[in-house]
Design a protein around this ligand. Structure first.
Ligand code: SAH
Ligand code: DHB
Ligand code: MG
Length: 227
């Protein structure tokens, strides 16, 4: 029996590397996004390669034609998901920081997705409200990954941009176990707890939460499907 103390972040990263080396094909376009993101001084809070491929596979399983992402950063997860789209598919991604959006625009262009992606710069909740008002077609898959304090709002708005069968994936619901602490000084932890309360009370979705360990440490995601 392996000692539990062996399961530290070093082991998480080593196992993640082992898995990614085996199952996730090496990719210069995606590597280049992370390189440019780092050079531009953006935080390295993109999903991991293994998680990116999971988003890609979930989009494929769904047969997603319209994908919405809340929180673009450098476009790493956006490119993973866009790769699962059919020729006439579309990905809309929302980002608050113009500096991040500039890096992401280049990422989407380099990956060949300029024609099928829309990057809206501004507060994501505002962009979502505008899409609701203009009655855009529902999204098949929605990935929530922006500021944790607003996850509850994003979830409400996501439901208005969804249809029966839409999957909603929400990143960072564990935060190294911080979500267990109702007295955490970090508002992000409270944001996730409020979000999970909302999801739990929502009668129009079925949901679960999965803990993850890997190169991005100990975290997790929620998966919901709209009934
Ligand atoms: N999905 C990306 C990572 C997103 S990091 C990936 O895995 O590659 C979270 C992003 O959300 C950051 O770029 C941050 O600037 C953005 N963000 C924070 N608050 C926001 C808001 N109110 N509206 C839109 N984007 C926001
Ligand atoms: C943070 C945000 C993320 O979306 C993530 O995956 C990891 C960390 C953060 O704000 O610290
Ligand atoms: Mg995240």
């Amino acid at each position: 029996m392996t000692d539990i103390a062996a399961f530290d972040t070093k082991t998480f990263s080593a196992v993640d590397k082992y898995i990614v080396d085996k199952l996730v094909e090496h990719d210069h376009v995606l590597d280049d996004i992370l390189k440019r993101s780092n050079e531009a001084g953006l935080p390295a809070i993109n999903v991991s390669a293994a998680q990116g491929k999971m988003l890609y596979l979930l989009a494929k399983i769904q047969g997603a034609r319209r994908i919405l992402e809340v929180g673009t950063l450098a476009g790493y997860s956006a490119v993973w998901m866009a790769r699962a789209l059919p020729k006439d598919g579309k990905l809309v991604t929302l980002e608050f920081e113009e500096k991040h959006a500039a890096v992401a625009r280049e990422s989407l262009k380099n990956a060949g997705f300029e024609h099928c992606t829309e990057l809206h710069v501004g507060p994501a909740a505002e962009s979502m409200r505008k899409m609701i008002e203009s009655k855009v077609a529902p999204f098949d898959m929605i990935f929530i990954d922006a500021d944790k304090e607003s996850y509850s709002d994003y979830f409400d708005l996501a439901l208005k941009l969804a249809r029966s069968g839409t999957q909603i994936i929400s990143d960072n619901i564990v935060r190294s176990g911080e979500i267990l602490d109702p007295n955490s000084p970090d508002p992000r932890g409270h944001g996730i707890r409020a979000f999970l309360d909302k999801v739990a009370a929502c009668k129009t979705v079925e949901s679960t939460g999965i803990q993850t360990a890997g190169s991005k440490g100990y975290d997790g995601f929620a998966l919901s499907v709209v009934l």
